[in-house]
Write a protein that binds this ligand. Structure first.
Ligand SMILES: Nc1ncnc2c1ncn2[C@@H]1O[C@H](COP(=O)(O)OP(=O)(O)OP(=O)(O)O)[C@@H](O)[C@H]1O
Length: 256
């Protein structure tokens, strides 16, 4: 479970995120979308404690990110768009290191299975510095899955992946969500978001434009939900003055 309330982030005068509120239940995959500079990475980094929020409350599985960072780190996996690996460590050394940090049981079997799924078995002894961009991404995904996190945050995860890798990543996220994991995927690939996400959060220039189900978003813009794609609606939601209206009750709650 991921809960974000009244989140705001200002970097030395630049407002990156302004008053964002959303919830990702266990088993849900949230698509985090918005134009460049919308605040997507800032939101993900704040959720895993790499960026300190200016205001608001962010929690993972009921643990406050600022007050209980260790409890949060045990339960979370964050895959940034350019994962920081150790250049001198091999593929299997990365997995062994990750397993020891998180005290993973049966780590060797789990690591072998993940390497097989993401087609890295033949690269077990290759150093990270000698992997291709897509292979580094696949290794980061394998490492992040090893401790069976309850929350997975991914920033542009498809970048560099081949079609097999994209399919395996999508399937693995859906499988993990089906087992109760909460997932956030930040991406500009709207067809992929529409394919695997149950809910979306649209940001623009740090402002929350919409949070809710894709069906709900479509119903705001079109009479026939089946005909409009998320891509078509994205432009209407971000290139107009559209703001999701909130009910009178929510407005009252927000003002308390
Ligand atoms: N470390 C930082 N210091 C100052 N400003 C920052 C910093 N990181 C991000 N910003 C600013 O915060 C805003 C949001 O940036 P962020 O990286 O969160 O956007 P994004 O939605 O992930 O964009 P993109 O789609 O281009 O990756 C931008 O105006 C950016 O310039």
């Amino acid at each position: 479970m991921i809960e974000v309330s009244k989140f705001r982030k200002i970097y030395s005068g630049t407002v990156a995120v302004e008053q964002v509120d959303f919830l990702v239940q266990p088993g849900e995959i949230l698509g985090l979308i918005g134009p460049n500079g919308a605040g997507k990475t800032t939101t993900l980094r704040s959720l895993c404690g790499l960026t300190v929020p200016t205001e608001g409350t962010l929690s993972i599985c009921g643990f406050d990110i600022e007050k209980q960072p260790l409890e949060v780190k045990k339960r979370i996996a964050y895959i940034p768009d350019d994962p920081p690996l150790f250049p001198e460590l091999t593929v299997e050394q990365h997995l062994a290191f990750t397993a020891s940090v998180f005290s993973v049981a049966n780590a060797k079997d789990k690591a072998s299975e993940l390497l097989e799924t993401f087609e890295l078995t033949s690269r077990r002894t290759t150093r990270a510095s000698d992997l291709s961009r897509g292979m580094r991404q696949k290794l980061a995904i394998c490492c992040s899955y090893l401790h069976a996190p309850e929350v997975i945050l991914l920033d542009e995860p498809m970048t560099g992946l081949d079609p097999h890798g994209i399919r395996k990543l999508k399937e693995s996220l859906q499988q993990r969500a089906a087992q109760g994991t909460s997932v956030i995927v930040s991406s500009h690939l709207l067809a992929m978001v529409e394919d695997i996400c149950s809910t979306v959060l649209i940001l623009k220039e740090g402002q929350q434009r919409f949070f809710g189900s894709i069906a709900e978003l479509k119903s705001l813009f079109t009479a026939n939900c089946d005909e409009a794609t998320l891509e078509q609606i994205f432009f209407q939601a971000t290139e107009t003055e559209f703001r999701q209206s909130v009910s009178a009750e929510e407005t009252k709650l927000a003002s308390l």
